[in-house]
Ligand binder design. Structure first.
Ligand code: G3H
Ligand code: 13P
Ligand code: ZN
Length: 311
């Protein structure tokens, strides 16, 4: 099976009231762990690459690793640019073999976001690639951009129809209270997301696939292991899985997960090295890290996404 776009995945996910996991990838062990988890549960998969991942691992290395994942797994896999910062980066990924790109103009004034997104859509569609746009701003950190709580803003449902029809995007990321990273809420804050805004968006855009960024749950078990073995991640808080399940049953067809993979991997490496202080072969600590990624992906498919056996 070749690389696929997300078009059919999202159509099926919308109708089936589930979501497809979009997992961030940066190296071979992460890709292998994710793919093994999806393969075990026969789940469709989006592997996404950020600007930072391309800078770290090299575009061609990542594309070739994903090609290997497709060849060995037989799964429908989409390769997606996460948070494309400008037209040039999107074009480079479209020309360089991706099947889906995000253009993130969410920090721009509305009309500039429309114009930039439209430009990317025209180029992408002419090359058989689908596009995700974003309206509203999430708090948190992504690459070199840090958005403070005060600068974040919910998506305005009254804008989504205009944005989608004028840009021609294939899916839309919205801001409903999720945020990037491992510190999403302050201690004591109610960790809820605005399902009411999602419902309003859904009314404006019936049948249209919505994307949720910043959707890690920051599972305490992994934070505890990190803290137990020398880490310091006090007050790390994520989105409750029950909130994400509600979103997936609504119009959310793609749920982005990166921080939970990072936590699982880091917990496994810290634990392994603490328990085996004389080991120095990277395969010895990266094998449990890869297994931890696989376990996390299986957990997400079963408890959050609901996409087992939908490949
Ligand atoms: O949304 C951001 C993702 O977690 C990617 O993170 O930009 O550090 O690669 P990154
Ligand atoms: P998390 O930081 O919650 O995993 O979000 C990842 C994300 O949105 C990638 O685009
Ligand atoms: Zn994101």
């Amino acid at each position: 099976m070749p690389l696929v776009t997300t078009a059919k995945m999202f159509e099926d996910a919308y109708k089936g009231h589930y979501a497809v996991g979009a997992f961030n990838v940066n190296n071979m062990e992460i890709i292998q762990g994710i793919v093994q988890g999806a393969q075990k549960l026969n789940a469709p998969l989006i592997l996404q690459v950020s600007k930072g991942a391309r800078a770290y691992a090299n575009h061609t290395y990542l594309v070739k690793l994903v090609e290997a994942a497709i060849e060995t797994s037989g799964l429908p896999i989409a390769l997606h640019l996460d948070h494309g910062p400008d037209f040039e980066t999107c074009k480079s990924c479209i020309d360089g073999g991706f099947s889906s790109v995000m253009i993130d103009g969410s920090h721009l004034p509305y009309e500039e976001n429309v114009a930039l997104t439209r430009k990317v859509v025209e180029y992408a569609h002419a090359h058989g690639v689908v596009v995700e746009g974003e309206l509203g701003r999430l708090a948190g950190i992504e690459d070199d951009v840090k958005v403070s709580d005060e600068d974040s803003s919910y998506t305005r449902p009254e804008e989504v129809y205009d944005f989608v029809t004028r840009t021609g995007v294939d899916s839309l990321a919205i801001a409903i209270g999720t945020s990037h990273g491992a510190f999403k809420f302050k201690p004591g804050q109610d960790p809820k997301i605005r399902i009411d805004i999602l419902e309003e968006v859904e009314k404006q855009l019936p049948g249209f696939p919505i994307v949720l960024h910043g959707a890690s749950s920051v599972i305490p078990e992994f934070v505890d292991i990190i803290n137990q073995y020398g880490g310091k991640m006090d007050n790390a808080i994520g989105i409750p899985e029950s909130e994400l399940r509600k979103a997936a049953e609504h119009a959310v067809c793609k749920i982005n997960i990166d921080s939970d993979l990072r936590l699982a991997m880091t917990a496994a490496v810290r634990k392994y090295l603490a328990e085996n202080p004389s080991h120095f072969d990277p395969r010895q600590y990266l094998a449990p890290a890869r297994e931890a990624i696989q376990g996390m992906v299986e957990h997400k498919i079963l408890n959050v996404l609901g996409c087992a056996n939908k490949a």
